[in-house]
Design a protein around this ligand. Sequence first.
Ligand code: HEM
Length: 361
Amino acid sequence: MFIGKREKRKVLYWLERRLHASPLIELALHKRVPVHKHSVWYYFGGISLLFLMVQIVTGILLMVYYVPELASAHASILKINSGVEFGWFIRSLHSWGANLMIAVVFIHFFSAYFMKAYRKPRELTWLTGVVLLVLCLGFGFTGYLLPWDEVSFFATKIGLDISSKVPVIGDIIATMLRGGTSIGQSTLSRFFTIHVSVLPILLMGLLSVHLAIVQAHGMSEPSDFTKQEDEEKKYEPFFPDFFFKDILVWILAGNLLFALTMLAPWGIGPEADPFAPAPIGIKPEWYFLAMFQFLKLVPPMIGPIEGELFGILVMTIFAGILAAVPFWDTGESKLKSDLATALGVITVLFMVIFSVWGAMS
Ligand code: HEM
């Protein structure tokens, strides 16, 4: 049916009276994106968003068949893989999607870091981002146990044993997550609940704040861009120019996810046997590998302190310094700015070298 201009105006007027959305639409229409040689990094927040949406949809579909009970969890995944039409596809999308999302969120973290996008007035965008990164790692950690296969069981055991070493709160948190002293039904139920309801609620709330602040401030400008004369600075409108490029990037990222899903469908190992000895060479997921490898190298005792505890303290302090970067690298001191860049480079090198080392050893 043909809708004329008058009807269209009527519908818009009806919506506006109820939603009062025109200031938001105005904001979106006037948003502009700086154009410079680092502009490519502006796409990674959007790609994180795409993968998050894939995770939500595929996660809901998986919940239809997954059973969070010791006797059935592994069998329900086997059923999804071979007894449910396109089950393998949805599961593989969810597993590859989780890995790609964490990788992309890390890239987004470091690009915001190196572009110094955390500086005033974006301190809260940064801090909400830091918590989002922790939540994403939490999704990875809790989701990994759910198939209840050998590797996921023992990797979770190692992860919980390590976190119980954190002074004061570590043991309490590990015991609460386990639901006792050993991994069993209580652990599976807790991980499932955290994975499908606690983390999604926290993530959606925090992401809304993150995105609202991004909209309020517009995109940050790197310092070599701000130093240019006003006439030399180039901008493009967010809508439609940047928006359509965003869509193109989404299509490319979606294709990568589909290719991985089709070419390397996600497998599953033998069912976990809590009473069997841990298989040799068990490792956590790649995003925890650098930490794991570092802890393996620390000697058992460093002076009066237990080696693992020392390693955890060093990494926690280092991560705290990076998370607090907006408050010490405010842009007023060249020395602090260079120090922030150097710490970022050290962190990236540490993560890459220790992850590769961990994967190979
Ligand atoms: C679920 C995870 C996340 C999603 C979906 C997300 C989404 C986004 C989106 C769509 C943008 C605007 C476009 C862009 O700059 O790329 C953005 C900007 C930003 N994000 Fe995130 N983000 C996430 C995690 C993080 C993390 C882990 C950090 C770092 C701690 C972070 C820090 C920032 C900053 C500082 C900006 C502003 C960039 C600028 O103005 O140039 N975000 N985020």
